[in-house]
Design a protein. Sequence first.
Length: 366
Amino acid sequence: MGLFDKLRGELLDIIEWNEAGDSQLLVYRFPRYNNEIKYGAKLVVREGQSAVFVNQGQLADVFPPGTYALQTRNLPILSTLLGWAYGFESPFKAEVYFVSMRRWTDQKWGTANPIMLRDPEFGPVRVRAFGTYAVQVADPATFLRQLVATDPSFETFEITGQLRSLIVSHFTEAIGKMGVGVLDLAAHYSKIATDAQVKMSDELGNMGLTLPTFLIENISLPPEVEQALDTRTKMGVLGDLNQYTKYQAAEGIGTAAANPGGMGGVGAQLASGLAVGGQMAGALGAGMASQAAPPPLPVTATFHVAIEGKPAGPFDLTGLEAQTRAGKLTGSTLVWKQGMANWVQASTVPELACLLQTVPPPLPSG
């Protein structure tokens, strides 16, 4: 081997990215003075990486995992851009970007503001949600073109804000279209997540990304609403209030017995438990007593009577009977009561029929 060949082997270029295990870099630009690369240089692309060559801002060749000797035959696009029609053996200028193709898991998302929903049982409600997702570069060339540009080290945090906004937007749409009550949402987490994930796929694809995992961990109501639901649940669990009173009394005795002061506090604890139970039982007793009381007596209607061309009354049933006996109320007498539009003959009023029947008919003429 000649001296020239020996020196050439020692100066052989190696282009690679030794990605640290805890690195958050999505894209790493290989540093090179004036971006000059020797012809025949060695390119090493590790598993979970892709290498992209860029010439004067224009994307060229993309390399999957493997080891390559950079020559005209494996740089077809770059050869065309640089005019290597018949081969080329001098150093050339190009930028090399390494893109991490691994899956970035346990990324957090959540709703910054409550989502308004119309619940079939509770009416308008506000809910919050949070969960996790995984993101992965699907198309390194598109990813570089749309998001990275000339950034020499693009990290995950630079896209998480945009991804969270996209996720919350499509999640809100998916949960709104589900149309189930908030108490039944837990049974539909997978369906909501799948619908939102499908909606996001096109927009993520335009950025060269994919969302292989999207999970909903919790959808919650405001604390005050949850507290009201807890109270409602407690009332349903308590059931028999008499048994609840006995339970309170027994708890009071147990608490007092455990007190270092001895049983001196039994009376206070027992009285407290009995007082609560007594109030609740008293309320129920009052309600039952009110239900057992007879309804009020019906109000007897009163009538005005036209006597000698003038209105008189009003008369109740007793007064009308007296007018009948006096001969002042007959079937042809005009009467009126509250609710009637006009004065009518007494004989046309069903309520006065029993009174008019007691009046004897006129004596036959002799």
